[in-house]
Write a protein that binds this ligand. Structure first.
Ligand code: PLP
Length: 404
């Protein structure tokens, strides 16, 4: 008789966004005349940049001719894209990362979930609380997190690093020493960042205790403040302790196109074993390469026109974020994030729970956001709104919130 991976049975409820979607669907069915505005899920709404569309058309045409047709892509990504990434995302910042340390993938969700494959089950993970739920859930699926306690909403073998107003929404070095540290900056959901000296402290700490940092920089393109690092490899010593994840989803609107990459420096080792070679083995065995046409589209993001057009899209979302921050603060809400990030993190009024505020906003303002508690226990009493809607809808949603 076959057996299932019963770690899945320990997972609490359904994935946060499925719960939100179910509630919204039920509300819309019961109130078909109401126009519901979603500032909930972190999905982009602007179309792909013209330079990206051109690259897609061109590469699709190449697929129509035997001479230029491409089959399986190289497991680790086409050289043209890996070289461009190394130059534009790392060398341009003075980071010592070479093209063969870049593994092209179909996005940061899969990479952040799959990276656990190359680590022993015995590692203790530390996560920011609140944070993107995929890190904890995927570690739970592989049996690395112990038992879930529904009362505390915590796993017994996970080190939670509270990121609250008291810590300026940044994690502090935990008392218990972790083996794997997940850092995500700019953070989802709080929109917070840390400065380069603060990140350097984490790199020094990881090197000192022999931990590895998994640094998720999916929102790097939103950074505008000069003291916020774009890559962990801006820090001295990061080559021996850090893996970085990047995504084209928020940088260039590729949520439906799917492209990302992971950086594993060759100096990152456990004893004599290089993590780079383990991930190359894993990637080569379980992943068959991002599509050629998508990698050409990714390359176009770095062209002169592509970079300009995608920066304009980000500026559009950032204008929404700024408008939200100013308006909500004006209505008396306590807000943070929203500067180097598309996420506005607000304290719920009158100590409401995150889900109570979700229901209030849905029913009275017909606006959908995301309950902070869905991102970790320290997110309770907070709420995430995203700047990914249209400007018009953002203004309309703000008017409705004002009238609450
Ligand atoms: C922190 C973080 N990492 C990764 C992802 C997923 O990125 P991708 O679309 O590349 O899978 C998201 C998406 O919302 C995210 O918030």
């Amino acid at each position: 008789m076959f057996k299932i991976n019963d770690n899945y049975l320990k997972l609490p409820g359904s994935y946060l966004f499925s719960t939100v979607a179910k509630k919204v669907k039920a509300y819309k069915e019961a109130n078909p005349d109401r126009e519901v505005i979603s500032l909930g899920i972190g999905d982009v709404t602007q179309p792909l940049a013209p330079a990206v569309i051109d690259a897609l058309h061109k590469s699709v045409d190449e697929m129509a001719h035997a001479e230029t047709f491409r089959g399986y892509a190289p497991d680790l990504g086409y050289e043209f894209l890996r070289n461009t990434i190394a130059d534009k995302d790392f060398k341009a910042l003075g980071c010592d990362i070479s093209a063969d340390e870049i593994f092209v993938s179909d996005g940061a969700k899969s990479d952040s979930g799959n990276i656990g494959d190359i680590f022993s089950i015995d590692n203790k993970i530390a996560v920011c609380d609140p944070v993107y739920p995929v890190y904890v859930d995927t570690n739970a699926m592989s049996g690395r997190t112990g038992e879930y306690n529904p009362d505390t909403q915590k796993w017994s073998d996970v080190i939670y690093m509270p990121c609250t107003a008291a810590t300026n929404f940044a994690p502090e070095i935990p008392k218990e020493t972790p083996d794997i540290i997940y850092l995500c900056f700019p953070n989802n959901p709080t929109g917070s960042t840390i400065t380069k000296p603060q990140l350097q402290e984490w790199v020094d700490y990881a090197n000192k205790v022999g931990a590895v940092i998994i640094y998720d920089a999916a929102y790097e393109a939103f950074i505008e403040e000069a003291d916020v690092p774009h890559s962990i490899y801006e820090c001295t010593g990061a080559r021996t302790c850090a893996i970085e994840l990047r995504s084209f989803s928020k940088k260039a609107g590729f949520t439906g196109v799917r492209l990302g990459y992971t950086v594993i420096p060759k100096d990152l080792k456990c004893g004599d074993v290089s993590l780079h070679s383990l991930w190359a083995r894993r990637h080569g065995t379980k992943f068959n390469g991002a599509p050629y046409i998508v990698q050409r589209a990714g390359e176009a993001v770095y062209s002169e026109a592509g970079a300009k057009q995608t920066m304009e899209q980000i500026a559009y979302y950032k204008k929404n974020a700024k408008t939200m921050m100013e308006a909500l603060a004006g209505y008396g809400y306590s807000v943070s994030g929203g500067v180097n990030s598309p996420y506005v993190w607000l304290k719920t009024p009158d100590n409401m729970t995150s889900w109570d505020f979700f229901d209030l906003l849905l029913e009275k303002a017909n606006v959908v956001g995301t309950p902070g508690s869905g991102f970790g226990p320290s997110g309770e009493g907070y709420f995430r709104l995203t700047a990914f809607g249209s400007y018009e809808n953002t203004l309309k949603a703000l008017d409705r919130i004002k009238a609450l």
